[in-house]
Design a protein around this ligand. Structure first.
Ligand code: NAP
Length: 243
């Protein structure tokens, strides 16, 4: 039997794909969101079986797409247990040379996209008097980082949004939490120079880079009955990196 429907954004690869696999294994119906149609359709077809898994292509930085996808998913499943705002992008560059356009991209995708989907599911979850919102932020949103002022600001904004939504929707039984990964081996981190990777590894007490499933397990926990009394929190999943 299904444990309820969950929307996962950025599910075409990386951490989002790992989250989708983990949640399908745990018995959730899924709606997977990303812009790339083919990998999304392939993953949805693979996971569709004991529970239902839909591919919902779209751009999270587009309010109309967010409303359309949430509307379709709600109509298909009749209820919505969870939303995992995972999709995200970087546009790294030194602050003194950062163009307004490069500043804007992570804000539009990471922060506005999280707002659009959270805003679209909120009335549904409030009416249900039940719902779980899990936002993937980053340790960079807590610490800041040279070369990532735009990304850091978008991820810090997500933490503030998470806490505000927790306060506003808590009375309706809706929880809102964030997960802050450290260095996770995905496409997003694959292109970093070897020197940078070695430097980061030396700062991780657990002496390995994280994997998507390290984040996915924590997301599964936050969607579970065991996490019913946790809201407004940011759980750091970084192998001890930021201490
Ligand atoms: P990734 O491998 O680059 O995957 C990003 C995912 O987001 C893809 O599925 C991508 O699909 C989707 N996406 C990007 N822009 C989108 C948009 N406008 N609309 C819809 N989907 C979009 O990245 P990842 O490493 O798995 O990162 C996942 C999340 O974890 C991000 O929020 C990232 O900031 C966060 N995070 C990652 C790390 C790390 O070390 N990897 C650390 C901390 C936090 P399409 O391109 O097909 O749209």
């Amino acid at each position: 039997m299904s444990r309820g429907a969950v929307i996962v954004t950025g599910a075409s690869r990386g951490i989002g794909e790992a989250i989708a696999r983990e949640l399908a294994g745990a018995g959730y119906d899924l709606a997977l969101v990303a812009r790339s149609v083919e990998p999304l359709a392939a993953l949805a077809a693979e996971l569709d079986g004991e529970t239902t898994c839909l591919a919902c292509p779209g751009d999270i930085a587009d309010w109309e797409d967010a409303q359309r996808i949430v509307g379709e998913v709600h109509e298909r499943f009749g209820a919505l247990h969870g939303l995992v705002n995972n999709a995200g992008v970087t546009r790294d560059g030194l602050f003194v040379r950062m163009s307004p356009e490069n500043w804007q991209v992570p804000i539009d995708v990471n922060l506005n996209g999280t707002f659009y989907f959270t805003r679209a599911v909120s009335p549904i979850m409030m009416r249900q008097r039940n719902g779980r919102i899990v936002n993937i932020t980053s340790v960079i949103g807590l610490t800041g980082n040279a070369g990532q002022a735009n990304y850091a600001a978008s991820k810090a904004g997500i933490i503030a949004l998470t806490k505000s939504v927790a306060k506003e929707l808590g009375g309706r039984g809706v929880t809102s939490n964030a997960v802050a990964p450290g260095f996770i081996a995905t496409d997003m981190t694959a292109d970093l120079p070897e020197k940078v990777r070695a430097g980061m590894l030396s700062q991780i007490p657990l002496k390995r880079f994280g994997e998507g499933k390290d984040v996915a397990g924590v997301v599964k926990f936050l969607l579970s009955p065991e996490a019913a009394y946790i809201t407004g929190q940011t759980l750091v999943v970084d192998g001890g990196m930021i201490g």
